[in-house]
Design a protein around this ligand. Structure first.
Ligand code: DGL
Length: 273
């Protein structure tokens, strides 16, 4: 079960509440093609976005323990909801390097904004946590932050309705306060939202920059691996053997997952956490 490999050749662990974290894995494959990824999607307990802090922290702790059992060298908390609520607790509890998705997105947004007006969209729990505002204001308290919870976006993406008129109507409703606040930069603070980018661009117009945390997280992970001397430099020609674990039946994850990952998702193993 556990990987016998030591040091920098060990896999990177990634967890998410379900399928959405594969958008982060897709970027990891692009930025770090020599790294092996072990992904855990908590499909039996998804969604996290409408749960309490206490529950999100408990689930996240169990997910970290599962990945540590597989001897990962670093763990990415690909879920924005889990990063918002559980990252500080996990950092205090574990010594393995942890990468959350909030900081990388915030840094990119601060670099991008000219008007110093940033919008944040995410699940109800992510927006309710205030994690993005706090992270932005730690750097620049004068930046105006407008946050909107968009709980209907997750089911829209999972239904594959990203180009349907209904998605546009819902987006226009959700994004109205951001337009009113004249944000020039929008953080896509949820694993599913990168798939909505073309439609969000249409609704918001070309003047608003979209910050996709998935891409930022992959670059940030590379920096952290370098810092810990954990970058896999062995280029022996063998392809990384990625693995995907889920806590509920795997058929749905495998079918839908390829849309998020942009390639087939395999092998998928169902496990009890
Ligand atoms: N992965 C979650 C996030 O990024 C979205 C799905 C959920 O609510 O669990 O916030």
């Amino acid at each position: 079960m556990a990987s016998p490999t030591k040091g920098s050749a060990r896999p990177i662990g990634v967890f998410d509440s379900g399928i959405g974290g594969l958008t982060v894995v897709r970027e990891l494959f692009r930025v770090l093609p020599h790294e092996t990824v072990y992904y855990f999607g908590d499909t039996a307990r998804v969604p996290y976005g409408n749960k309490s802090r206490e529950t999100i922290v408990r689930f996240s702790t169990e997910n970290v323990l599962f990945l540590l059992h597989h001897e990962v060298k670093l763990i990415i908390i690909a879920c924005n909801t889990a990063s918002s609520h559980a990252l500080p607790f996990l950092e205090r509890s574990f010594s393995v390097p942890l990468v959350g998705v909030i900081e990388p997105g915030v840094q990119a947004a601060i670099a991008a904004t000219r008007a110093r007006r940033i919008g944040v969209i995410g699940t109800a729990a992510t927006v309710g946590s205030g994690a993005y505002e706090r992270a932005i204001h730690r750097v620049d308290p004068a930046i105006r932050v407008t946050s909107v919870g968009c709980p209907l976006f997750v089911p829209i993406v999972e239904e594959g309705w990203v180009t349907r008129p209904v998605a546009r109507t819902i987006a226009a409703e959700y994004l109205a306060p951001l337009k009113q606040a004249k944000v020039d930069t929008l953080i896509l603070g949820c694993t599913h939202y990168p798939l909505l980018k073309p439609m969000l661009r249409q609704v918001l117009g070309p003047g608003v920059q979209l910050v996709d945390s998935a891409a930022e997280v992959a670059h940030h992970t590379k920096v952290i691996l370098q810092h810990h001397h954990l970058l896999n430099l062995s280029r022996n020609g063998s392809r990384p053997a990625h693995r995907y674990y889920v806590s509920d039946e795997s058929a749905h994850f495998t079918t839908l997952g390829s849309r998020f990952l942009g390639r087939p998702v395999r092998p998928v193993t169902r496990v009890a956490v």
